[in-house]
Design a protein around this ligand. Sequence first.
Ligand code: HEC
Ligand code: HEC
Ligand code: HEC
Ligand code: HEC
Length: 189
Amino acid sequence: MYYSKQQDVCLERVNMRRIVLLSFLLSLFVFCWVLDGRAKEEDFPVPRPPFSEGIFPCSNCHAGMEANTKRRELKEEHTNIQLKHGSVSRWCLDCHDATNRDMLKLASGEHIDFSHSYELCGQCHGPTYRDWKVGVHGKRIGYFDGGPRTYFLCVNCHNPHDPKFKPIKPEPPPFKPLYKYNPAARSGK
Ligand code: HEC
Ligand code: HEC
Ligand code: HEC
Ligand code: HEC
């Protein structure tokens, strides 16, 4: 009798602890969820998208055009665009909207403005996007030098159609200052 009462109390304590732990985890989950939702709504101050002159709005030409969803080599227009970005599986209309060419398109089908292109990139480059948001990847200017805070867009640095940076030629190794050992070299003799 005595022992079982002890056990009861003990069990109750264990249950209590479980409840406390569970409710702690639950509130942590809700907290993170809310925080995540807020992060999604966040708008980043960015410069104007770096379009070539005269290309935007795209609807100037595309409004009256039928979208051609066929994967092909473009011959009449945009011939300067060579897709080198996971090109085996990707085509223009994965990122550009077929019906509204002035908007970008997420995988979910949601349309976004060109000033939000980082969301498009973030779909596939999650870790880089996370770094960009907190200022580890990319570049932010403003505040310290007085102006408003601005985040460079991914496309300010990466060409969305060919984003990989080309390797640059390494500089030659430094020369030994020859004249130190051979003073004649200094006067060019
Ligand atoms: C990975 C997504 C992606 C794919 C695939 C893609 N684009 Fe783009 N494209 C973009 C983004 C993002 C921009 C916006 C760049 C900016 O803000 O200036 C852009 C810009 C453009 C522009 C404006 C370029 C300029 O000179 O200002 C044209 C035209 C264009 N894309 C056509 C195409 C065509 C044609 C294809 C297929 C051959 C294609 N895109 C494939 C993401 C993509
Ligand atoms: C000067 C007119 C013109 C402008 C401006 C223009 N386009 Fe196009 N675009 C064309 C033509 C013409 C084609 C078809 C080219 C072909 O089939 O060889 C085309 C094809 C495309 C394609 C391939 C799919 C399809 O429907 O044929 C994409 C994607 C595209 N344009 C995106 C854009 C985007 C994004 C912009 C704005 C940033 C833009 N274009 C601005 C004329 C234009
Ligand atoms: C649908 C998924 C997808 C989207 C959207 C996407 N990428 Fe990519 N990206 C890839 C894949 C897959 C590769 C690797 C294959 C390749 O390089 O062709 C890649 C490669 C890259 C690289 C080269 C990485 C290296 O190895 O150096 C950069 C930089 C990059 N993407 C930037 C961007 C930017 C900027 C955007 C937005 C305009 C973007 N990506 C949108 C899938 C995506
Ligand atoms: C201020 C310029 C700048 C901005 C803005 C920028 N990047 Fe980069 N990114 C770079 C440089 C520089 C590299 C390194 C290239 C190398 O090492 O070859 C790089 C590398 C990458 C790589 C290759 C993998 C890695 O981490 O080394 C990916 C993917 C990438 N960037 C995606 C993005 C995306 C997505 C955005 C926007 C959310 C973005 N970048 C914004 C300059 C930038």
